[in-house]
Design a protein around this ligand. Structure first.
Ligand code: NAG
Ligand code: NAG
Ligand code: NAG
Length: 373
C-alpha cells in the first residue's frame, strides 16, 4: 500500500516536474520570440538601412553616383573594343562592374551642368518592365556619363534591317506584335506619370529587346536632359529623322502626340522590315494613305520574311492602327493607352486565329477594305 502511494506520489511529482519543464521551455521560447520581434520593431524604427530594405519594394533605389575609376575599369579605359554604339548622348560602351553587372555606359564630353545629378535621379526613379533602367551617372573630368542596364539582344534595327550584321533574326508576326505591345506599354507608362514624361526621341533604335525578346524602351527623357545641359545652338540637327512628327516645330515643345507619331513610324518599320527613308510621304492623312496604297498594290508594304506567319485580318488591323498613330492633326491620334489595348487585342486575336486555322495565309490580300473603318 505504501509502495503504491509512493509510486502515485512519485508519478505525480514526475508529471509536475515534466509540466514545469515544458512550461519553462515554452516561456523561454515565447520570450525569445518576443525579444526577436521587439528587436525587429526597434531596428525598424531606428535603423535606416532596415527601413530602406522594407521600402525598396515600392520605392525604387536612388540613382547611384559612380566614380570615374569604377567606369574606367568596367569599360577597360573606354577601350574601343567595348564600344557598342553612338547615340545622341555620345558614345556607348559596354562595361562589366565589379559586382558582375553588365552595363551600357553613355559618355559625352562637356562642362558639368548643375542639375545633371538631379535630373538623373528623377529619370532613374522611373522603373518599368518595358523601360531600360537608368542605374546611375558619373560626372567627373569634364565628362558626363549615364549608366544603363545592358540588354544582350540589342535594338530592333539589328533585327529588322541593319545589314552587315549576322544577328538578323527572322521575327515572325506574333513576335513583332508582342514587341510592339511591349514598347507601347513602356511609352504608356511614361505618359501616365505625373507630370507626363515625353520620350521625344522614340525610334526603332531605341527599342531594345532582352534575352526573351521582351521590348524595353531606351533613352526615355534623355533628349530633354540633353536639351537642358546643352546650349540650344549645338543641338539643332538638320539631318532627316523619319520619326520626327512633322507637326513639331510649330511652337510649344513636345507632346504625347509627337511620341504617338514616332510609334506609328516604328510600327511601319515592324510591318515592312525596312528603314523608313521617304522624306515627304507622311505629312498628311492623304499622303500616308497614298503611300500605303501604292506599296500594297506593288506588294511592297509587308516584309516578305513574314509571309506565312500572319493572317490578313491581323495585318490589316495593325496597318490601320499604324495609320491612326500617324494621323493629322496630332490630336486625332489615339493615346498610348489605347494603342496598348489595340495591340493586345490584335495579338490575342492573331493567336486565336492561327491556332484554329494553322499558320497564316501565304497570299497577301490587303485591298481597299483597309481604308474603311
Ligand atoms: C583594348 O582591347 C584590346 C582587345 O581586347 C586589347 O588588346 C588592348 O590592350 C586594350 N587596350 C587597353 C588600353 O586596355
Ligand atoms: C484628301 O483626300 C480627300 C478625298 O480622298 C480629298 O477630298 C481632299 O481634298 C484631300 N486633301 C488634300 C489636302 O489633298
Ligand atoms: C485625318 O483623318 C482623321 C480621321 O480619319 C480626321 O478626323 C482628320 O480630320 C483628318 N485630318 C485632315 C487634316 O484631314
Amino acid at each position: 500500500m505504501t509502495t503504491l502511494v509512493a509510486a502515485i506520489i512519485g508519478g505525480i511529482g514526475g508529471a509536475i516536474a515534466l509540466l514545469g519543464l515544458i512550461t519553462f521551455f515554452l516561456w523561454l521560447f515565447i520570450s525569445q520570440c518576443r525579444k526577436l520581434s521587439n528587436k525587429d520593431s526597434e531596428t525598424g524604427s531606428s535603423d535606416p538601412s532596415a527601413v530602406g530594405v522594407k521600402r525598396s519594394e515600392d520605392a525604387p533605389p536612388e540613382a547611384r553616383q559612380f566614380r570615374i575609376e569604377e567606369l574606367e575599369q568596367a569599360t577597360r579605359q573606354f577601350n574601343e573594343s567595348n564600344l557598342i554604339g553612338c547615340g545622341n548622348f555620345g558614345f556607348v560602351f559596354k562595361g562589366l562592374l565589379s559586382d558582375g553587372t553588365v552595363v551600357a555606359v553613355k559618355r559625352r564630353k562637356g562642362p558639368p551642368p548643375l542639375e545633371f545629378g538631379e535630373e538623373v535621379a528623377y529619370l532613374s526613379a522611373i522603373r518599368h518592365r518595358n523601360l531600360v533602367t537608368l542605374l546611375g551617372y558619373c560626372q567627373e573630368r569634364d565628362s558626363q556619363m549615364l549608366v544603363f542596364e545592358y540588354l544582350p539582344n540589342g535594338n530592333m534595327c539589328t533585327h529588322l534591317y541593319d545589314t552587315g550584321k549576322d544577328s538578323i533574326t527572322k521575327l515572325e508576326f506574333k513576335q513583332r506584335l508582342s514587341i510592339a505591345a511591349g514598347a507601347a506599354k513602356g511609352l504608356c507608362h511614361l505618359h501616365g506619370l505625373q507630370p507626363p514624361v515625353i520620350h521625344s526621341n522614340f525610334k526603332t533604335a531605341n527599342v531594345l529587346v532582352d534575352e526573351n525578346f521582351i521590348a524595353k524602351v531606351a533613352d526615355a527623357g534623355v533628349s530633354k536632359l540633353l536639351e537642358k545641359i546643352e546650349d540650344a545652338s549645338s543641338s539643332a540637327s538638320s539631318s532627316f529623322n523619319a520619326f520626327r512628327d512633322p507637326e513639331l516645330g510649330q511652337g510649344d515643345g513636345f507632346h504625347e502626340t509627337n511620341d504617338v507619331y514616332s510609334f506609328g513610324v516604328f510600327l511601319l518599320e515592324l510591318i515592312s522590315g525596312k528603314e523608313v527613308i521617304d522624306k515627304d510621304a507622311f505629312q498628311s492623312n492623304n499622303s500616308t494613305f497614298q503611300w500605303v496604297q501604292e506599296h500594297l498594290s506593288t506588294n511592297d508594304l509587308v516584309d516578305h520574311r513574314l509571309v506565312g506567319s500572319f493572317t490578313a485580318e491581323g495585318m490589316r488591323d495593325l496597318i490601320r492602327l499604324m495609320m491612326k498613330c500617324m494621323r493629322f492633326p496630332g490630336k486625332e491620334r489615339p493615346r498610348m493607352e489605347n494603342v496598348v489595348l489595340e495591340l493586345d487585342q490584335i495579338l490575342d486575336k492573331e493567336i486565336t486565329r492561327t491556332t484554329v486555322m494553322g499558320e497564316g495565309t501565304t497570299i497577301v490580300t490587303l485591298g481597299s477594305e483597309l481604308f474603311t473603318n
